[in-house]
Design a protein around this ligand. Structure first.
Ligand code: NAD
Length: 498
């Protein structure tokens, strides 16, 4: 069995804590390896490496940083199949989906290649006679990233390329459930020429994270994961005086209006609900239909398509949907489907009890479709994070939007319609950070920023794009005068323009 360690100062480092977590092969249900869980002392070692690298890295020229990132981008392209293979092996998602994850992460590296443009400051000349004012942004120092299991390569890539491009050094704590992709990302960064200590990876769990939050040399924390942990991370980071962005969970609604192209809406909902087995923070987990006829026609189309989703091992090119991350999570998701009928939902498609021949031990679940779900039901109230699509029936647009806006989450939301006026109204009225119009998963491209509202994000800054650059830098304003020797004289008054 493989033992997975850390990566500090551009070198693999074996775990020394004596604590390990299991890494499963979700397609077989067998343990494929074990990952070292870093002790506080091991975290200190990684932070010390990052702190040691920080003074030289913050003064590395923009040209050098950009050149390294270009080289890194090329290495990621060359190794994308390998990265996708690691993702499929430990996460379970199908290979094509894993390749897509790497491609979306690459976008952020490409954004980071443009860092000389992004870090251009502002200059006002002659704000007063002979006085100029410049606004610049400078790196923070050592920053930390804590990432979830569901995008083991993309979410780390949302963070460190921007942070490092801005002149910071980084300590990444990936999910202990699928740590290998993050380690590969760090190895490739070393190969690209990132100096020792600029990007470090410590694997671990809560004690590891707690030390990162408390460490005095960590200046900022980026977190992506579930809402309860995001909330706790924000509080912990603030308590220790750190800048923090903590992206949490979601329950994304897709509104289908009566005039929508229902075949397009059904295709989109199926892809967005069951892709990656529903383990996406931007998955569509609730479809809200307006009008009984729309609901009936859409549910019929969803049921037909759901029956055709091919579930199997992620490495099999015939599979469209892979297993869930762990057996425990699979059972939890199945519990929502089993409990739904008792709470009054119509179980149109029941994916529980699904097995894949030859892979009976795998963490598989078929897709499930629940109709006539209401906000009181557990399947609606909780983030299920599995291949379960709920349909909620509304009578009017107003009722639908009121329902969507009552959700405690506000990550993404989508509207399907042919009516431009209705779509415009929805995009202005819906309480979500990312909105799709006839686009079910509106994950912003790398040069815009990603972030939800309400319990989907704790902190002010969205992630990557311009918000990422702002998060990983702090502003400084410099007021300059080169006086003429004749301009002397004491004046105790508050400086005024002249
Ligand atoms: P999680 O919250 O369990 O774990 C995320 C990270 O936090 C991991 O690195 C984990 O080791 C660490 N962690 C877990 N418990 C902790 C604790 N008590 N204290 C400190 N650290 C802790 O999330 P997950 O199950 O890995 O990922 C799925 C969740 O992430 C879903 O809720 C999903 O919606 C969310 N997510 C959100 C986004 C977004 O952009 N908003 C993106 C991806 C995933």
């Amino acid at each position: 069995m493989r033992t997975i360690g850390h990566f500090i100062d551009n070198k693999p480092v074996a775990g020394a804590s004596g604590r390990f977590g299991p890494v499963w092969d979700p397609a077989t249900g067998e343990q494929a390896g074990r990952v070292a869980l870093a002790s506080p002392e091991e975290v200190d070692r990684a932070v010390a490496a990052a702190a040691g690298a920080a003074p030289a890295w913050r003064t590395a020229s923009l040209a050098r940083r950009a050149a390294l990132l270009f080289r890194y981008r090329e290495l990621l392209v060359a190794h994308r199949a390998e990265l996708a293979g690691l993702i499929t092996a430990e996460h379970g998602k199908v290979h094509a989906d894993a390749l897509g994850e790497v491609a979306r992460g690459l976008e952020i590296v490409e954004l980071a290649c443009a860092i000389p443009e992004k870090l251009k400051g502002e200059l006002s000349t002659e704000v007063s006679t002979g006085v100029d004012v410049a606004s610049i942004r400078q790196p923070l120092g050592v920053v930390a990233g804590i990432t979830p299991f569901n995008f083991p390569a993309m979410v780390p890539l949302w963070m460190f390329p921007v942070a490092v491009a801005c002149g910071n050094t980084f300590v990444l704590k990936p999910s202990e459930k699928d740590p290998s992709a993050a380690l590969k990302l760090a190895e490739l960064a070393a190969e690209a020429g990132f100096p020792d200590g600029v990007l470090n990876v410590v694997n671990g769990d809560k004690p590891t994270v707690d030390r990162l939050l408390a460490h005095p040399e960590v200046t900022a924390v980026s977190f992506v994961g579930s809402t309860p942990v995001a909330r706790a991370i924000q509080r912990g980071a603030v308590e220790h005086g750190k800048r923090v962005q903590a992206l949490g969970g979601a329950k994304n609604h897709m509104l289908v209006l009566p005039d929508a192209d229902l075949d397009l809406a059904a295709d989109s909902a199926i892809s967005a609900a069951y892709g990656s087995a529903g383990e996406r923070c931007m998955a569509v987990s609730v479809v809200v239909t307006v009008g009984e006829a729309t609901g009936d026609a859409l549910v019929a189309r969803l049921a037909e398509r759901a029956a055709g989703v091919r579930v199997g091992p992620g490495g099999d090119p015939a599979s469209e949907m892979g297993p869930l991350i762990t057996g425990e999570h699979r059972n939890r998701v199945a519990g929502y489907v089993r409990g739904a009928a008792g709470q009054g939902a119509e179980v149109v498609v029941d994916g529980t009890g699904y097995t894949v021949p030859g892979h009976e031990g795998g963490f598989f679940l078929g897709v499930s479709l629940l109709d006539r779900v209401t906000p009181e039901m557990d399947a609606y109230r909780d983030e299920i994070f599995g291949p379960v699509l709920c349909v909620v029936r509304a009578e009017t647009y107003e009722e639908a939007v009121t329902l969507i806006n009552a959700s405690r989450w506000g990550n993404g939301s989508a509207v399907f319609t042919r009516d431009g006026g209705a779509a415009r109204r929805f995009q202005l009225e819906v309480e979500a950070g990312m909105v799709g119009v006839n686009v079910p998963i509106p994950v912003p491209v790398g040069y815009h920023s990603f972030g939800g509202w309400k319990e989907s994000l704790f902190g002010d800054h969205h992630i990557y794009g311009n918000d990422g650059v702002r998060f990983y830098t702090r502003g400084k304003v410099i007021t300059t005068r080169w006086p003429d020797p004749a301009d002397g004289g004491v004046n105790l008054g508050f400086p005024q323009h002249r």
